[in-house]
Structures are given as C-alpha cells and as structure tokens.
Design a protein around this ligand. Structure first.
Ligand SMILES: *[C@@H]1O[C@H](CO)[C@@H](O)[C@H](O)[C@H]1NC(C)=O
Ligand SMILES: *[C@@H]1O[C@H](CO)[C@@H](O)[C@H](O)[C@H]1NC(C)=O
Ligand SMILES: *[C@@H]1O[C@H](CO)[C@@H](O)[C@H](O)[C@H]1NC(C)=O
Ligand SMILES: *[C@@H]1O[C@H](CO)[C@@H](O)[C@H](O)[C@H]1NC(C)=O
Ligand SMILES: *[C@@H]1O[C@H](CO)[C@@H](O)[C@H](O)[C@H]1NC(C)=O
Ligand SMILES: *[C@@H]1O[C@H](CO)[C@@H](O)[C@H](O)[C@H]1NC(C)=O
Ligand SMILES: *[C@@H]1O[C@H](CO)[C@@H](O)[C@H](O)[C@H]1NC(C)=O
Ligand SMILES: *[C@@H]1O[C@H](CO)[C@@H](O)[C@H](O)[C@H]1NC(C)=O
Ligand SMILES: *[C@@H]1O[C@H](CO)[C@@H](O)[C@H](O)[C@H]1NC(C)=O
Length: 850
C-alpha cells in the first residue's frame, strides 16, 4: 500500500526559518541617487574603513551612542528596522565594537534618529576588547577581515585568509557573512552568537549565548545558555558549572545530528537531533512578531524578547521562567546573597543578636551585588571550618548531589572533608529528613529563602565559614567567646525562625487538606490559593465548558490567559486529583496541554491549564457553531498532533501513561489549530514492566475499546479511541449520533459496512469539498489507518509510534485489516447519556448484542 503525503510538504511555512538563503549581489552597492534606495549590503576585498566620525554613514543618537555603518540592508518595501554592521559605541562613546546592530531607516533607506530607537547590538566581534577612535577594519586582499587599533595593534580577525573570500555582506535577517567567488558562505556571524538571537537564527548544540557583565561592561559574564542533545540549558560558570534552567525534551530519535534551538516567529523551537526542517519536538511559546524582534540573554540571567513597536524597543516577554520565582536565578543577589521570596530583597547571611558576622555586603548601598566572607576560606586550615546554618533556604543547582549522604549530618560531614565544597544544601521531601538530597556547592551564588508549602520541599543551607585559629592572636579568645555565644545565638535564631514560620504557616495549614503534602519536585506546577483563583477568574464568571469532572473557566494570571478547571468535589476523589497533578505536572510536550498549577484547599480542587483559544475539537468537527469546514490539511495536522501527543504518553515519557479518555472534547486547539491533548484525569500509570493493568472501567461511551469488557486494559485502548476520533474528524460527525437515520446512528458500524462494500467515500464529511474532490485518496488511506486502530484484537492495533510513522509517510498501513470490528460502544450507548459515565455497566449490558 502506498504511503501518503509526507509530513514535510504539509508545513511549507516552516521552511522559511532554515538556512536562510544568502543572496549575494556583489554589485548592488549603488550610491544614493534620488528616487533610488540607499542600500549597501555588500563590501568588496581590499577595502579599509576607519572608525571616525567623518566616516560616510556615521550617526550619533540622542542618548550619546553612535554608529558608523559599513554595510546596511534596508527593508525591501519600506521604512523600519534594518540590519547593519559597522562600529558601535555606547555613551560616553570611547570604546567601540565592530558589531551587527539594528538601526531604523526611512523609506529612502537612510538611517534616521527616532528618539527612543537606540541601535541594538545583536552580534559583536570584539566584546572583550573594544577599540578606540581611528581604529581600522580591513577586508584584506587575502580575504581576511581584520580589526586593528589606530596604532596598528591587532585586535580581532575572522581568520579566513586563504579561504578565497570574495566579499562581505549583511543578509536580510542580520547575518554578517563572508562569501567566496561562488557566493558560498565562508563564515557567518550566526555561527558565533554573542548574547542575542534574531528570527531564523539557531543555537546549535554546543554553541553558547553569553550574557555581558553589565550595560557598560560588555565582557562575557559567568552566565551562559547552551543547547544539549536533549534541550536548552542555562548555567552559571564554576567548576563544575551550575545549572539553573533547563527546558528538556525527551528525544524520540537517536542520531548523530546535533540538537538545535531556533528562534521562530511565535516560538523558540527545540529540534532534537534534526538538521531537517519540520516541526519542532518541543517549543517555548513566544508572542508572535508584529515587527522586528530579537532575544537577548541578559546579565541577570534572564532571556528576554524585545520587539520594535511604537518607535522604540519594548520588552515583550521574559522567556524563561523558573519555579517558584525570580529568586531562583543564580546572580539575583550576587554571591552569598540570600533572596527573600516574594519581596525579592537581598540580604547577607547574618546572625542577628550578634555583632560578629561571617559575611559582609560587597557594597553597602547595593545589596544585590552580594556578600563576601569576612575571613576567606582557607584549605590550609580545614580544622577551622564551620557551618553557618540557614533554615528554609535552598540552592538552585541540583546538579551536584552527594549520593552517599542521605541525611543532614552525613551531608555536612561530606562537605567538611572536601575543601572544594563551599556549602551544602540539604533538601528533603515530606516528613522524613533522614532520606534527603545533599547538594554540594563549590562556588556559592545566590541563595533563596523558601516557603516549604509553596515549593513542596524543605531545605536548609549550610555555608562553610572559616574560624580564625585560636593560638597566637589575642583577638582569638574574644573570637572564641563570640563564637560560643554565636552558636547559642544561632540555635536561638533558628528556633525563633522556626516558631515564626510555624505560626505563619499554621493558618494556612488549617485550611489545607492534611493528606495533601505529597512530593512535588521543583519545576512542577505551582500551588495557588483558592482566593487567588477566584480572583483571577472573576468569581468563576466566564465558563469555557464542562467536562466529566467539572467545569472550566477562563482566567488571567498576570498577563497570561489560563483555563481553570474546577473539579466537582463529590465526584473527584483525592486519589484522582493527586494522580492528575503528579502525572500532568511531570510531563511536557508540545502536543499536551500544559498544567500551570493547582489548588487544593478544603474540598476545593482546581487545576490551572494553559489557555487554548480555539477550544475543543468537537466544536469544529461537529459544526456546532456553523463554522466553515476545516480543510484537509488542517485536519491532517490535527490528527498528527494527537498522534504525537499520545505517542509521547505511551512511549516516550519516563512512565508509560495511558490516557484512557481520548475523545474530541479532550483535544484542544490553539490559535493556529495546533492540537493538544487535555484531561489526564482518567489516566492510570502503567508500569513499563507490567504491560497490563486491571482497572475500574472508565472513559466515555462511544470511544471505548472492546477490551474494556474484559478488564484487560493496556494503552492500546487509547489507540482504539484514537481510531474513533480519526473517523469522526474525517466524517464530521459524532460516532454515536441519534439525529441520524436509525441504520446510520453508529459511525463505526457504518464504517464496517462501507468498508466491506468498498464504499468508503460515502462517509467522508459532506461539508468538505476539499476532502471529497482534492484529497480523496489520502482520506481513504487515513480511514484505513483508522480501521487498523479499531481492530478488535488489541494486539493487532498499531502502536502509536507506528501511527506517527504512517502519518509522516515513513510507513504504510498494514494490509491484513479485519473489517469485522466489534463495536463495544453499541452495548453501552444503549443507556443514553453519552457524555459521562462513572459506574461500570450492568452485566446484561456488557454481554449485549454483537
Ligand atoms: C564590488 O566589486 C564590483 C566588481 O567586482 C563592483 O561592481 C562593485 O561596485 C563593488 N562594490 C563596492 C561596494 O565597492
Ligand atoms: C583620528 O584621525 C584624524 C585624521 O587622521 C585626526 O585628525 C584625529 O585627531 C584622530 N583622532 C584621534 C582620537 O586620534
Ligand atoms: C551570486 O549570486 C547571484 C544571485 O544569486 C548571481 O546573480 C551571481 O552571478 C552570483 N555570483 C557569482 C560570482 O557566482
Ligand atoms: C568587566 O567585567 C569583568 C568581569 O566580568 C571585570 O574583570 C572587568 O574589570 C570589568 N571591566 C570594567 C572596565 O569594569
Ligand atoms: C509572525 O506571525 C504572525 C502570525 O502568525 C504574522 O502576522 C506576522 O506577520 C509574522 N511576523 C513576521 C515578522 O514574520
Ligand atoms: C549588554 O547587556 C545589556 C543588558 O543585558 C544590554 O542592554 C546591552 O545592549 C548589552 N551591550 C551590548 C554591547 O551587547
Ligand atoms: C554591638 O556593637 C555595638 C556598637 O558597635 C554595641 O553597642 C553593642 O553592645 C554590641 N552588641 C553586642 C551584642 O555585642
Ligand atoms: C570534592 O568535591 C568536588 C566538587 O564537588 C568533587 O569533584 C571532588 O571529587 C570531591 N573530592 C573528593 C575527594 O571527594
Ligand atoms: C517539612 O518538614 C517538616 C518536618 O520534617 C514536615 O512536617 C513538613 O511536612 C515538611 N514540608 C514539606 C513541604 O515537605
């Protein structure tokens, strides 16, 4: 059987983002002639430019920054942000970079001076060693681009001599390239990113974005962002590097191809092991571009998206979010600074009640610059090492765990024995602090004070401090006394803090469900108070829909639109709730609706999900809203999205997860009709070793696989339901539709009949001319795939990864399909109400008609 429609051809728009063609027209640098564009995107060999205010395209901005452009490509059509390369300086304009920057040009292509449109540097060659006035840049006859100071001192070169460079050019998307005679790229600035990405630019595995130290000091700071085979990571440099953010994807394929992260319009796409265009394996959603955008990795460790709007650059998104708040960024309070949650204030780790402290602020007036030990830690006097304990304080890096130390004492001892250990943080979940995690820290960046009930773990930090040796110094005895007093004081402080926190927490705890203290790892969903959710949904006023377990309301948390699902207490037991939170919270995939947070207060159970603007699939395929029929391409993409989401649940996440309630109501659509699976309330985790589990019958009539009747349930039930959904998408009706003539009420029965009589075209959605006339063959193939999924014998059904392969054109549908699929749903639907189902059907119904 023919495979059909390779996936690649479905999304031509994506091709735009890859390997942006370098169109070199070496002869276009036309000087300005009235009526002609003022554009100079290329430069030839043996040209030398002097960094001088008298240079041809020299512009000084209102804030004092200046540029001297060498190549510039203005927008093809009109005025707006343009990419240029040349010299750049920030006020007071003594140090210059050779850089690529975005300037604003008028409709004639000339650089103009919008009041707030200061040029934005997106790449630079010499960030660590800026040059001065009269420095030179030369594209030598050998094809090397060389930057020198006015006195001839060498600063930077492209090291391309002998590689037959023929010219330099700036591309439409801001890539500075050196090209050879054949227009082939010899070197491009996109391969050496600094701290910024522009549309179409990729960060490949191994490349780094490095934040600059500050606005005025452009040298690389310790923070960097990089791509590993399984996703995007951000670290602060130390030995070993300390991880503070990652956006991990579980790779579905293995290959030697590098993983990359590409800045696309509307997302940061993560492409695992893929050099081919196609859809990303995961992505970080961004606001779609209304104009030119760039993303900069900044000196505070944030990744921010900027957009040109209303005559200035505005920050439109703080791209990486870290749980629970900004205190989890590594340099938020400098070294050794403690960030207090919520307020975001910085304090030095001090002992109150005592004048002696082990740390002092680096700058009294700027608390966020951090703290330094009063006595530096010396490896020569390890016997004088002690710990300063900090209760309810945690450390961001969970990368260095001392596995052998499970309890607090072992953890501290392990650190005392190793001089490169500067602190430990001991983290435990639940009551048992004898079985926790010992994080060792070799270089102490910001610490954060935590509220255990928010983050769902307890943590204490122990900072290593150096005591002054007691022998010679007369101060020593005093020191000793102080220390004695100090440790008594510490104990008191710790007690006071504990009591204080206990009292503060008590109120909250009284409201909390006593059994709800389950373990949640960092990065897991946030816990919200009921009050907060009531507020953000405007008292649950905007109802989005109703599902088997409760109603869904629209809400807004900060700027983010969310969907708040209020589970009905009576029916949603605690067990299911915990399962749902734990299950959904731990998995993330582009085709699965993201759980943002939850609330569990008294009998209230709420889940906060990302908002899906186009609602559920049933609204679109059953023509509930007189919508125009979806075209085949959209339906195809939706099917593929569902398949990928399910495939992830079944085969790719750490614990195999069966959804058990696949139906159009549980498939949600975003603005672009990307489909995501929702509602894992019925999920049962299936152990990888144990392929079958026995479970209470669940799900929705119409979508139930035959084996529900025998209680031998595997994830293959989802594949059956997927088959039903597939048929519904193709035929534009519900599986069980009582408004149809009696013989047609059941779509699956109808399918069997039509398949046997070779009349499959009869059941294609009549609304869609596109499907009937333009894509009939593909639709028939899709029905065959559906029938494969609907096989009675669950072992005959394909796995979800096979389904994805078929959909992507890598495999064809099995030939020996048994058309005699039994429809379990006919039995159950007889009971009427097809929307919810909670009790197992009666025996007589179970053995009903065949
Ligand atoms: C580059 O060289 C070509 C001829 O090889 C010439 O036509 C063009 O004007 C030159 N461009 C510049 C900017 O000098
Ligand atoms: C740069 O060169 C120009 C002309 O060669 C000279 O007049 C000027 O003083 C120089 N500027 C500096 C800062 O050296
Ligand atoms: C460079 O590319 C342009 C357009 O693609 C083409 O017209 C030109 O002939 C090419 N130049 C060389 C030297 O191949
Ligand atoms: C810039 O920052 C680096 C450390 O990040 C520092 O070593 C250097 O002295 C700073 N330069 C200036 C001019 O402040
Ligand atoms: C980005 O996408 C949006 C909608 O998808 C579109 O309106 C906009 O023009 C695009 N922007 C750019 C810069 O391509
Ligand atoms: C350095 O970083 C700051 C913010 O992180 C940014 O505003 C500034 O433009 C950067 N400077 C350069 C030359 O990239
Ligand atoms: C702390 O120092 C101040 C003066 O610097 C002194 O008045 C006070 O008594 C000291 N407190 C303790 C607890 O030593
Ligand atoms: C000391 O700690 C460092 C960093 O955690 C580790 O690499 C090293 O192996 C440790 N040394 C010993 C002897 O345990
Ligand atoms: C924190 O530890 C205390 C005492 O061990 C325990 O009662 C509490 O449940 C823990 N909290 C969390 C969130 O783990």
């Amino acid at each position: 059987m023919q495979s059909f429609l390779p996936f690649k051809t479905m999304l031509p728009a994506n091709l735009f983002f890859f390997d942006v063609m370098v169109v070199v027209i070496l002869a276009t640098a036309a000087p300005s002639v009235s009526g002609q564009r003022y554009d100079y995107p290329t430069a030839n060999l043996s040209t030398r430019w002097v960094n001088n205010a008298a240079a041809e395209h020299s512009v000084t901005y209102s804030d004092g920054s200046a540029i001297r452009a060498i190549v510039l490509r203005s927008p093809q059509t009109s005025y707006g942000p343009s990419f240029a390369a040349g010299f750049f300086c920030a006020p007071p304009c003594q140090a210059f970079l050779f850089a690529v920057f975005i300037v604003y040009t008028n409709s004639g292509g000339r650089i103009t001076l919008p009041v707030n449109g200061i040029p934005q540097v997106i790449w630079s060659a010499n960030r660590a060693s800026p040059v001065g006035e009269n420095a030179t840049l030369e594209l030598t006859g050998e094809g090397d681009l060389v930057l020198r100071e006015a006195n001839g001192r060498f600063v930077w070169s492209s090291s391309t001599s002998g590689r037959s460079v023929a010219g330099m050019e700036i591309t439409e998307n801001g890539n500075l390239v050196l090209v050879d005679q054949k227009n082939a790229t010899v070197l491009k600035s996109f391969d050496y990113p600094t701290d910024t990405l522009v549309h179409g630019q990729s960060l490949l595995q191994g490349m780094k974005l490095r934040a600059n130290t500050s606005n005025t000091n452009w040298t690389e700071s310790k923070l960097y962002m990089t791509v590993h085979p399984d996703g995007l990571y951000a670290f602060v440099e130390s030995t070993p590097p300390q991880l503070y953010y990652n956006s991990q994807v579980i790779p579905s394929k293995t290959s030697k191809d590098p993983t990359r992260v590409t800045f696309m319009n509307g997302s940061l796409g993560i492409f695992v092991h893929s050099t081919q265009p196609g859809s990303p394996d995961a992505s970080i959603t961004l606001p779609t571009a209304k104009s030119t955008q760039y993303i900069r990795f900044e000196s505070d460790g944030h990744l921010r998206l900027y957009e040109w709007s209303g005559g200035e650059w505005t920050m439109v998104s703080d791209v990486i979010k870290i749980f629970p708040d900004d205190c989890a960024f590594p340099t938020v309070c400098g070294e050794y600074g403690v960030c207090t949650s919520g307020g975001g204030q910085c304090i030095c780790p001090v002992q109150s009640n005592s004048n002696s402290s082990y740390f002092h602020p680096v700058d009294e007036r700027k608390a966020n610059l951090g703290c330094a030990p009063v006595t530096p830690i010396s490896c020569k006097e390890m016997e004088n090492h002690q710990f300063l304990p900090l209760t309810d304080v945690s450390y961001f890096d969970v990368g260095q765990i001392i596995k052998t130390a499970k309890n607090r004492e072992d953890c501290k001892q392990a650190c005392l024995k190793n001089c490169s250990c500067k602190a430990v943080a001991f983290r435990w979940y639940g009551q048992n602090d004898l079985d926790g995690q010992c994080q060792s820290v070799t270089e102490v960046f910001s610490l954060q004070s935590i509220q255990p009930e928010t983050v769902h773990y307890n943590s204490s930090a122990y900072l290593k401090v150096q005591l002054i040796s007691s022998s010679s110094d007369p101060k020593q005895n005093k020191m000793k006394t102080i220390l004695g007093a100090t440790f008594a004081a510490i104990t008191t402080v710790v007690l006071v803090v504990i009591i204080f926190i206990y009292v503060r927490r008590r109120r909250k705890y009284q409201e909390l469900d006593e059994e709800l203290d389950f373990d949640i790892l960092p990065g897991m969903p946030m816990r919200f108070s009921f009050e907060k959710l009531r507020e953000c949904t405007e008292e649950f006023s905007k109802k989005l829909g109703e599902g088997g377990f409760g109603s869904v309301f629209e809400g807004k948390i900060g700027e983010e639109r969310v969907a708040v699902k209020r589970l009905e207490g009576a029916r949603q037991g605690k067990k299911e709730f915990l399962a749902e939170v734990e299950t959904i919270g731990s998995i993330e995939h582009i085709n699965l609706v993201r759980l943002i947070g939850f609330c569990a207060e008294k009998s209230n159970r709420l889940l906060v999900y990302e908002y899906m603007p186009r609602g559920s699939l049933d609204r679109w395929i059953y023509y509930r809203h007189d919508n125009v029929p979806l075209d085949w391409c959209t339906r195809y993409r939706i099917i593929l999205d569902i398949a990928k989401g399910l495939c992830y649940l079944h085969e790719e996440c750490r614990r195999k997860i069966a959804h058990l309630d696949i139906k159009p109501q549980n498939i949600l659509l975003d603005d672009n009709f990307n489909a995501k699976l929702a509602d894992f309330g019925l999920s049962k985790l299936i152990d990888r070793d144990q392929s079958k589990v026995v479970t209470v019958m669940r799900g929705t009539p119409g979508y139930l696989a035959p084996e529900w009747l025998t209680s031998q349930i595997t994830e293959k039930v989802d594949i059956y339901s997927f088959g039903v959904v597939l048929m519904e998408i193709i035929s534009g009706r519900k599986n069980i539709d009582v408004s149809q003539p009696e013989e047609n009420v059941q779509l699956i029965n109808l399918l069997r009949e039509k398949a046997q009589n070779n009349q499959l075209t009869d059941i294609i959605d009549k609304h869609s001319k596109d499907m009937i006339s333009n894509h009939q063959d593909e639709v028939i193939q899709m029905m065959k795939l559906a029938m494969w999924c609907l096989q009675n014998d669950s072992s005959q059904r394909p796995s979800m990864s096979m389904v994805v392969k078929v959909l992507e054109g890598g495999m064809s549908v099995e030939n020996c399909i048994d058309y005699n699929f039994f429809n379990a749903n006919s039995a159950i639907s007889a009971q009427g109400n097809p929307s919810t189902y909670s009790a197992p059907p009666q025996a007589s119904v179970l053995s009903g008609p065949r």
